[in-house]
Design a protein around this ligand. Structure first.
Ligand SMILES: [Zn+2]
Length: 386
């Protein structure tokens, strides 16, 4: 049993610059040269791909045959967060799972053997067919890179495919096979796992609904700085009762708006106000039908009801960020934002509370700022109460 079964090949460390599209990143190599690299990961990865983050690039070489037909010499394999690499290369996920299964290192799956990989079943495909004594198990593996406050969450972007996969797995439980979904979390900095009900409520509610028909296993891995896998693999606790309480369509939200130029707007009773170009964060809440509220905010040309409607109409972009919760956190969110952003006009969105404002301004895109992600994770990733 060697630990270095995973051979990524020669890697170079570079600094992250930009991600012009989902599958490409721009990086700066140590010699100052800029490189474009293939990114085999469809996730958002917002909190990982921050400016100047260290990215491990596999160098396919100028003439490498592996590189034939590929547009890019480099492939982004991992990104560092607080000095520890997080695996980005999703094509390697099944290879990692295979090694851990073969080495009997996955708690809850130590007693299985692999029969086949990439198994077609009806119209679905699953990652592995396993056997435990006389029972067959279908295993689906998911790669999880979103974590904070000792909580890991999946997915980091809406995945309808992932949701359908859960339903198909649950359907299998009617036959004599046991379906298993395995989440590989690429950090050892976690104790709990939850589906990300802030980002993908449908996936989370589906997991809740089918959980008795399948085994849900989440484990934490640790990657060393040389991209070898450390021996410890820990099973994470899934706080189902907390999930049942919190994974509902209610809570608070942030709207991230971008103004490309300065606007002067009349905002209800606040009168004529000036809004410089830049990024705005608005805090609101909807203790029911939160998704419908966010959809309304995203639409333009509607009857104005709230202060924010005026600014939304002028904005070039609008990104909603749900923070689902059984508690109304909007005023504590506003207080937290006031520590890292400039306050917007007095009274904006805050007619019904004692806050100075519910609108905040940032010259830089908050999604590229670590303090903003820390804040978001503080509200979204709450460890269960003891
Ligand atoms: Zn308030």
């Amino acid at each position: 049993m060697t630990e270095n079964v995973l051979e990524f090949g020669p890697c170079r460390r570079a600094r992250f610059l930009a991600r012009p599209n989902r599958f490409v990143v721009h990086c700066r190599l140590p010699d100052g040269e800029e490189a474009r690299a293939f990114l085999p990961n469809p996730g958002r990865l917002w909190e990982l791909l921050l400016p100047e983050a260290v990215v491990h690039l596999r160098d396919g070489g100028r003439r490498s045959s592996q590189n034939a037909g590929r547009k890019y010499r480099y492939t982004a394999v991992a990104v560092e967060r607080e000095g520890a690499p997080v695996l980005l290369h999703t094509h390697w996920t099944n290879q990692v799972a295979r090694i851990l299964l073969e080495q009997k290192r996955i708690p809850g799956l130590e007693d299985v053997s692999i029969l086949r990989a990439e198994v077609a079943h009806g119209r679905s495909r699953f990652d592995f067919l396993l056997r435990r004594r006389r029972t067959d198990l279908f295993l689906e593996v998911k790669s999880c890179t979103l974590f904070g406050n000792r909580v890991a969450m999946f997915p980091d972007a809406v995945t309808d495919r992932g949701r359908r996969h859960l339903l198909e797995l649950a359907e299998l439980s009617r036959r004599r096979v046991r379906p298993v979904v395995l989440f590989l979390v690429h950090t050892s900095d976690v104790d709990w796992f939850l589906p990300d009900y802030h980002t993908d409520l449908a996936f989370s509610q589906t997991l809740l609904q089918v959980r008795k028909k399948l085994d849900v296993i989440a484990v934490s891995l640790r990657w060393r700085s040389d991209l070898t896998l450390a021996p410890e693999v820990r099973r994470l606790h899934i706080p189902w009762s907390m999930l049942k309480r919190e994974a509902r369509d209610r809570g608070s939200y942030l709207l991230l708006l971008r103004l490309d130029r300065e606007h002067r707007l009349r905002v209800g009773r606040l009168g004529q106000l000036s809004f410089p170009a830049g990024f705005y964060l608005y805090v609101g809440s909807a203790m029911q039908n939160l998704s419908a509220r966010l959809a309304r905010h995203q639409r333009k040309r509607k009857k104005f009801h709230w202060h924010i409607d005026h600014l939304r109409e002028a904005a070039a972009a609008c990104i909603p960020l749900a923070i689902r919760s059984s508690t109304r956190d909007e005023c504590s969110l506003a207080a937290a934002l006031s520590e890292i952003c400039a306050a917007g006009p007095r009274g904006f969105g805050a007619s019904d509370c004692a806050c100075p404002t519910h609108l905040f301004f940032s010259e830089q895109n908050p999604l590229q700022l670590r303090p903003f992600h820390d804040l978001l994770q503080r509200f979204r990733m709450k460890p269960p109460e003891p």
